[in-house]
Design a protein around this ligand. Structure first.
Ligand code: NAP
Ligand code: MG
Length: 482
């Protein structure tokens, strides 16, 4: 096959940033107001596609965390905890509608700050954010129907820490169920992607939510640690790496805090020989290359049945060459910028390791922009089960391909990982999909599709991918004393 199948280009179709208002500087959102950090520190957030600074953002220290937790406690005991569930629901509906109204601005800022293609932030992230608030708004006054014969009670103050790959969506996954169940919140967004959470703080103020119900504290890992370790926090919700998750687990072990942890993944996609191959290849590409592989449930391992291996690889490589890599604000872009320099270094280290350990590399011949953080879509073949790239989470656009002969072999290989977040199975026969998925150690298994989310459907992992579920009724129970 000629590697160069792309002898044409789309004309650029960049989204205008005129609607996106990013302030020069952001303070901390505490008790319904933006306030300067007590120690006065600020850090910069940049656009990973250009390396240029977008804004300076406050760094919260222990003293700010104290103030925010006090505000959240006062709101819990004063206004929010006493409010009728129906009134709380109205606030959530208002937040959901305001997100829809401002969706364009949110999408642009999400793309500027995090590097993900505008198509993803516009069509996936922000609509899911609004849906999540709508969904939990509906439950706010129906908790006794959600949990019949129980007396659902809120937990109190929730300390929430989120990562950079779905900045606003992770904030919604944390805030919406917490508020619907009557809790108040102190949330820390990731260091490299604080802007949409701060825009959400503005929106929450515009929605007239009582002061202190939601507090947003920007900062680094230490700020996150101060939030989860604060003695007056009743519930800890964390999404991020397995390493930090383990540390949090240890820190809260001796307390009576309720904890949910959503951690890393190393998902397997399994293509059986009766699958619709074109559809499967598109699903594989969606699962690992769209969004730069910055997805905890990214389909980073691919298992192909031997007799269709040649066909799958030929089609996959051809498709990789047609992926548009570059300006995340361009509506044609499939693969945007890597979120940070550190993450790019991590990915490059894994690619080198893959080569050193004897796997065969194929990379898209796309031209990468000269500034910013970029990684060409990469696929490794000739990968062994014990290879580092088949075992560890890379969190980049890097796919490790292996083959199998029989279904039990595929299941065994797919389960041979410390993670258990998600998986995908591709087959023409529904019965085979169900049979295989019931044997996979994964919280979510997609059949003939990938990366589909719905607020009504619980999401979460097994093994080192964490515990607890977000979304659906499970997501409510994580914030309730039943
Ligand atoms: P990370 O380093 O664990 O960071 C996650 C968040 O925790 C960030 O806000 C981070 O702050 C903060 N943090 C760092 N050290 C902390 C500490 N000691 N105590 C409390 N908070 C601390 O993860 P990441 O590299 O940003 O995110 C990628 C990881 O998240 C991947 O492993 C991915 O699989 C996982 N993830 C999982 C899900 C899921 O639903 N299962 C969803 C998305 C992502 P800073 O930003 O300042 O470092
Ligand atoms: Mg940034």
């Amino acid at each position: 096959m000629s590697r160069k199948t792309k002898d044409w280009n789309y004309a650029p179709a960049p989204e205008s940033t005129a609607q996106a208002k990013v302030a020069k500087r952001y303070d901390l959102f505490i008790n319904g107001k933006f306030v300067a950090p007590k120690k006065g520190g600020y850090f910069r957030t940049t656009n990973p596609a250009t390396g240029r600074k977008l804004s300076d953002v406050a760094e919260a220290t222990q003293a700010d965390v104290d103030t925010a937790v006090k505000a959240a406690r006062a709101a819990y005991e004063g206004t929010w905890g006493k409010m009728s569930p129906r009134e709380r629901g109205k606030y959530l509906y208002r937040i959901a509608r305001l997100i829809q109204e401002r969706s364009r601005e949110f999408a642009i800022i999400e793309t500027l700050d995090g590097g993900k293609p505008i198509r993803e932030s516009r069509d996936v992230d922000i609509p899911l954010v609004a849906n999540h608030f709508f969904y939990y708004a509906g439950w706010a006054d129906k908790l006794e129907y959600a949990f019949p014969n129980r007396k659902p009670k809120p937990l109190g103050v929730a300390g929430q820490v989120i990562p950079w790959n779905f900045p606003l969506l992770m904030a919604a996954w944390k805030i919406a169920p917490a508020l619907a169940t009557g809790n108040t919140v102190v949330l820390k967004p990731a260091e490299t992607t604080p802007l949409t959470a701060l825009k959400l703080a503005e929106l929450i103020a515009d929605a007239d939510l009582p002061p202190g119900v939601v507090n947003i504290l920007t900062g680094a890992g230490e700020t996150g640690a101060a939030v989860v370790n604060h003695p007056d926090v009743n519930k800890v919700a964390f999404t991020g790496s397995t390493d930090v998750g383990k540390r949090i687990q240890q820190a809260v072990a001796a307390t009576d805090k309720k904890v949910t942890l959503e951690l890393g993944g190393k998902a397997a996609n399994i293509i059986l020989d009766d699958a619709a191959i074109d559809q499967a290849v598109e699903g594989i590409v969606n699962g690992i290359y769209f969004n730069q592989g910055h997805v905890c449930c990214a389909g980073s391992r691919l298992f192909v049945q031997e007799n269709v291996y040649e066909e799958v690889m030929w089609k996959l490589k051809r498709r990789i060459e047609t992926l548009v890599v570059g300006d995340p604000l361009d509506k044609n872009t499939d693969v945007g910028a890597i979120n940070s320099k550190e993450q790019l270094k991590t990915i490059q280290r894994y690619i080198k390791k893959g080569i050193d350990e004897g796997a065969e590399i194929y990379q898209s011949e796309c031209e990468l922009p000269s500034s910013g953080n970029w990684c060409a879509p990469t696929v490794f073949t000739n990968v062994s089960q014990s290879s580092t790239i088949a075992q560890e989470e890379i969190f980049g656009p890097v796919l490790a391909v292996q083959t199998f002969r029989t279904v039990p072999e595929a299941i065994e290989k797919a389960n041979n990982t410390p993670f258990g977040l998600s998986a995908g199975v591709w087959s023409d026969k529904g019965a085979r999909l169900f049979q295989i998925s019931s044997h996979l150690d994964a919280g979510v298994v997609w059949g003939n599709t990938y990366n589909q989310f719905d607020p009504a459907s619980p999401f979460g992992g097994y093994k080192e991918s964490g515990f607890g579920r977000e979304g659906g009724l499970h997501g409510l129970s994580a914030y309730l004393d039943l």
